[in-house]
Write a protein that binds this ligand. Structure first.
Ligand SMILES: Nc1ncnc2c1ncn2[C@@H]1O[C@H](COP(=O)(O)OP(=O)(O)O)[C@@H](O)[C@H]1O
Ligand SMILES: [Mg+2]
Length: 168
């Protein structure tokens, strides 16, 4: 399975998607690219993801800081928002390559702004407005991405998990 579509009926469903994808992919280093217009749900998803891994504070949008980092147990999550980047060279100046390694999980909003300097993503999420709801397409681009997507779908199909609001 390399592609999967879901509908998210409200903000809670977007948070839940983040939490479930975190559970499905936190055992490895992974790069997840988040596409979608302003307000489509990229930061909401990231908040669900980061809080599910044990962070209890406020997850701020990194719009002005470019990146917010969270050290949790043995993992570090880097949450990027590249919206304000006008030249990918700016990312070289902050040493962006050092953020990606075997210990890190990277969530990247507006990855197209850094295309020439970012490593390849394992997973892409494309958020789309659907009237008041959101649709999301998940695309796996590496073996690691395929593995995470498979685990995620297993969690989604497990009747023990409450997936109210996430529609297939
Ligand atoms: N599935 C959803 N359905 C309706 N509204 C949503 C959904 N997911 C998130 N939202 C709302 O949409 C907005 C998304 O904002 P945000 O996550 O900051 O978007 P982005 O980071 O993509 O610009 C928030 O106001 C949030 O409450
Ligand atoms: Mg955002």
């Amino acid at each position: 399975m390399k592609e999967y579509f879901l509908s998210l009926i409200d903000e809670k469903a977007t948070l839940k998607l983040g939490a479930m994808l975190a559970a499905a992919s936190c055992h490895n280093a992974i790069v997840i690219s988040l596409f979608g217009d302003l307000g489509a749900g990229k930061t909401t998803f990231s908040r669900g993801f980061i809080q599910a891994l044990g962070y209890t504070g406020k997850v701020k949008s990194p719009t002005y800081t470019l990146v917010e980092s969270y050290s949790l147990f043995s993992k570090t999550i880097h949450h990027f928002d590249l919206y304000r980047v006008s030249d990918p060279q700016e990312l070289e100046w902050i040493g962006i390559r050092d953020y990606f390694n075997e210990q890190t999980i990277c969530l990247i909003e507006w990855p197209d702004k850094g295309i020439s300097v970012l490593p390849k993503a394992d997973l892409e999420l494309h958020f789309m407005y659907q009237e008041k709801k959101r649709d999301v397409q998940l695309v796996a681009l590496s073996d690691q991405g395929v593995d995470s997507l498979k685990h995620f779908i297993d969690l989604l199909q497990n009747p023990k998990n409450d997936v109210t609001g996430i529609l297939r």
